[in-house]
Design a binder for this molecule. Structure first.
Ligand SMILES: [Zn+2]
Length: 423
């Protein structure tokens, strides 16, 4: 059975890599940094300018633009039956302060390029397709990240997120309203949100595809993240007069905990991620034995059971390694891993193979909007290589050819999903 039909191949052939690159470079001007990177915070003036650039691009092509209550932006190619839930191809236009041109923007613009390719192929599908920019994926200006996609998917309540503050002290809800007012797109209610499927093209942000000289990564899922905090209590004492046998040194105890846990990351093929990112010591002076040490652990793995297993090991280490100090372990948050449905993976795989692209399956180490969309509709992601795996960095780079290949696979997979029997 070949799921990739003639329409899918025709549309893929109409993907224009140069046109896509041009639009990417135009959008990269909004928030451009002197070093070639991009600093485009969510809901900033640069974000609005980038949105309006896409709205103008859409209207020049006869496509319509909508925005919902979370300021998600949708560029729509209307199908023959406008009442059917649309197939979405989305990512995000916001960047890290030290961001690059491709993280997020590529996925939004790849979606736009697929719409243009369908138009150029003279095809009008039954179902509408929409390229989407989800609001505030990065979460670098305000938390939580993935504001727009989580509101759309209902995994978080927009009202709660509107109450938050940005790092510069403004109210998120007011900023969302201001962005909606400044963006030249029609309004659409979040309550009317519907999705047939969601596909996201993205740079890998890791070194695997480049190292293996493979152009397409078929993302099997997104690893889960647990954040926790270990607080170790000892006793402050004079650094010169207190014999070591009598000390309760919280930092030495913490070092033993780290030394016990770090080897876990070398057990299997470098899948478990364990980061001791923040350490706070009291009283934090040179000549007093530390009375307390608090550290955060960021724990990631594609399997939720494995995260729980390692969490149990962390608790045990905190109990066994800190004597004569005491320790408490607190779970701060847990985002469960996501596995994308096999039917979507197989469709992307068939698309890559029909187009003669070499591909491999891969797990995403980073979170994405697709993590939320996967809770409400069949979802999949296509990765393309980026130079040395560098991302969240002005030096982020990807080749126009690789980006075009990813968009051709996206296009063929989207068309195949539209034509699948379940639709
Ligand atoms: Zn991203």
């Amino acid at each position: 059975m070949n799921m990739i039909g003639e329409n899918a191949k025709t549309v893929a052939a109409r993907v224009d890599g140069a046109r896509q690159w041009r639009l990417l470079m135009e959008v990269a001007q909004y928030g451009a940094r002197d070093d070639g990177g991009v600093d485009r915070p969510a809901l900033s003036a640069h974000d609005v300018a980038a949105r309006n650039h896409l709205v103008d691009w859409a209207s020049a092509r006869g496509l319509s633009a909508y925005q919902d209550d979370a300021a998600n932006l949708f560029i729509r190619l209307e199908g023959r039956n406008p009442d059917l839930p649309p197939l979405l191809m989305g990512s995000h236009l916001d960047s890290q302060p030290t961001g690059g041109k491709f993280d997020g923007a590529y996925g939004v613009i790849a979606g736009c390029e697929v719409l243009a390719a369908i138009q150029d192929a003279g095809i009008v599908p039954d179902r509408s397709l929409e390229a989407v920019s989800w609001t505030n994926e990065e979460g670098s200006r305000f938390l939580p990240g993935a504001t727009g996609s989580s509101a759309f998917a209902g995994t978080r309540q927009l009202a709660d997120m509107r109450d938050k503050q940005t790092v510069d002290g403004s109210n998120v809800g007011q900023e969302i309203d201001a962005v909606i007012a400044a963006t030249r797109a029609q309004r659409r209610s979040l309550a009317a949100a519907s999705a047939f499927a969601h596909l996201e093209a993205h740079i890998e942000q890791g070194p695997v595809l480049e190292r293996e000289n493979i152009r397409i990564g078929i993302v099997e899922g997104i690893q889960g993240v647990m954040r926790l905090r270990i607080a170790i209590s000892g006793e402050a004492a004079h650094a010169g007069t207190t014999p070591h046998a009598l000390r309760k040194d919280a930092v030495v105890a913490m070092a033993r905990v780290i030394d016990t846990l770090d080897p876990l990351t070398r057990e299997s093929e470098d899948v478990l991620r364990l980061t001791f990112g923040r350490i706070e010591v009291q009283p934090n002076v040179p000549n007093t034995v530390p009375e307390s040490a608090v550290m955060t652990i960021d724990l990631r793995h594609p399997s939720g059971e494995e995260i729980e297993r390692v969490f149990a090991l962390i608790e045990t280490a905190a109990i066994e390694q800190v004597a004569p100090c005491t320790a408490s372990v607190e779970r701060i948050s847990m985002v469960a891993p996501v596995a994308f449905p096999e039917a979507v993976l197989a469709t992307i795989e068939a698309a890559a193979s029909a187009l003669g692209e070499n591909a491999r399956r891969i797990v995403s180490g980073a979170g994405h909007d697709s993590l939320h969309l996967a809770r409400i509709c069949p979802t999949g992601m296509v990765f393309v290589p980026c130079e040395r795996g560098v991302s969240h960095n002005p030096a982020e780079a990807a080749s126009s050819d690789d980006l075009a290949a990813g968009t051709r696979v996206l296009a063929a997979a989207a068309m195949a999903l539209l034509e699948s029997p379940s639709s």
